[in-house]
Design a protein around this ligand. Structure first.
Ligand SMILES: NC(=O)c1ccc[n+]([C@@H]2O[C@H](COP(=O)([O-])OP(=O)(O)OC[C@H]3O[C@@H](n4cnc5c(N)ncnc54)[C@H](O)[C@@H]3O)[C@@H](O)[C@H]2O)c1
Length: 370
């Protein structure tokens, strides 16, 4: 099969991981164009792409530079668009790409409301193209191993899953990009930093949500509109309970990101900078020791973004090539968005939110909440 032609829309911080993932998958993909409103940023990513290719002795062309993605869609023969702009612009850009019949890979969160997420899913189906959302931690070897243990029934009945994201983000971080901490373009720490762990928590149960109760607040970031601390209790249909504690207030620096599963016949804790290390691995059928699984599945990562974009691109490329469903399609991508919006609604109305209430709500509805 011919290489898939990718374009990158938005050349900020996370786009560096997309460049690396494209280089790592260069046997199946090539980056033909990059676009950012700020031309220098697009130039920088194009340089990185070509430099990384040279370092690996891969022969690739320098991607073309654009500052207008609609012009790029018209002029270039693109198969896949990777959307890496501020979260609040994802939906509009995604819909424009989909109507041009491009496959799309969207950074998390896929949209700021469920109706927008549903519109993206519908438009992808209508145009017969694939869609995937960047919850790259699902591909961590530790997380894959955990999921396998669940699928094999090794935990027995699952009682609770707890995600703790105890991080620090200070004023310098928010000053770097003014969209962060706004309701229109970002949401708070639950929507931005914690969304990966929330996705993993719900994926591990594979279960439908019945209720969500959320308590959130802004304690230390008065220059932001959104929450810097949130606690969520999710009740699943199986009666399992999900606990989420997420914050960017931890003094003086990042403390931990952990996922803990308490089951009838097993207990596991995954931790590390971004859920890349197994900390506890106790099962009734102790097939392997903690040391053995640590040796096999723990990995080192360069930063909190981890190394998951490379296998995520690989999975998405395969899904296009083989006409299969990618691991994180639109339906999967919207589940953590749903939980966070329900938690925001719960905080706003001080009550439990039921799954079947229908959530015709976007982050912008929470303006002025704190
Ligand atoms: N998967 C992850 O682990 C991860 C990590 C960080 C960020 N993200 C997500 O990635 C997205 C971007 O975050 P970031 O930190 O890279 O942001 P950023 O501010 O560094 O970059 C966003 C870029 O998009 C550009 N842009 C905006 N509108 C555009 C348009 N119409 N056309 C072309 N370019 C446009 C901006 O000029 C900017 O350079 C967010 O949705 C964020 O939640 C995901």
């Amino acid at each position: 099969m011919k290489k898939l032609k990718f374009s990158l829309i938005g050349c900020g911080r996370i786009s560096a991981n997309h460049i690396k993932a494209l280089i790592d998958n260069s046997n199946m993909a090539e980056l033909i164009s990059v676009c950012d409103l700020i031309k220098d940023k697009a130039e920088q990513r194009a340089d990185e792409y070509i430099n990384q290719a040279k370092e690996k002795n891969i022969s690739l062309k320098r991607p073309k530079i654009f500052i207008d993605y609609k012009k790029m869609l018209q002029e270039e023969d693109i198969d896949v668009c990777s959307i890496c702009t501020e979260s609040g612009y994802h939906a509009e850009i995604a819909l424009n790409c989909l109507t041009q019949k491009k496959h799309i890979l969207i950074e998390k969160p896929m949209a700021m409301s469920l109706p927008d997420a549903d519109m993206i899913i519908r438009e992808a189906e209508k145009n017969n193209v694939k869609l995937s959302v960047c919850y790259q931690n699902r591909f961590n070897p530790t997380i894959q191993k955990l999921r396998q243990a669940i699928e094999e029934g090794r935990f027995g009945k699952i009682i609770a899953i707890t995600a703790r994201i105890l991080w620090n983000r200070n004023k310098d971080y928010y000053d770097q990009a003014k969209w962060r901490g706004t309701w229109k373009l970002d949401g708070g720490c639950l929507m931005n930093q914690c969304t990966h762990s929330i996705d993993l928590l719900q994926w591990m149960t594979g279960d439908e949500i019945e209720t969500v109760f959320g308590q959130t607040g802004n304690y230390l970031h008065p220059y932001n509109e959104t929450e810097d601390y949130g606690s969520i209790i999710v009740r699943f249909k199986s009666r399992a309970i999900g606990n989420i504690e997420g914050t960017v207030c931890v003094y003086p620096k990042n403390l931990e990101e952990t996922l803990t599963i308490i089951g009838e016949k097993g207990t596991a804790v995954i931790g590390g900078l971004a859920l890349n290390k197994i900390k506890v691995w106790n099962f009734e059928d102790q097939e392997e020791s903690l040391e053995e699984v640590q040796q096999k599945y723990n990995s080192e990562i360069p930063n909190v973004y981890g190394k998951g974009h490379t296998p995520l691109y690989n999975n998405f490329i395969d899904s296009i090539k083989d006409d299969t469903i990618p691991l994180i399609d639109g339906y999967e991508g919207k589940k953590s968005l749903d939980i966070v919006l329900m938690a925001y609604k719960s905080q706003k109305y001080s009550r439990v939110i039921y799954r079947n209430e229908g959530l015709n709500i976007s982050t912008e509805n929470f303006k002025g909440m704190f």
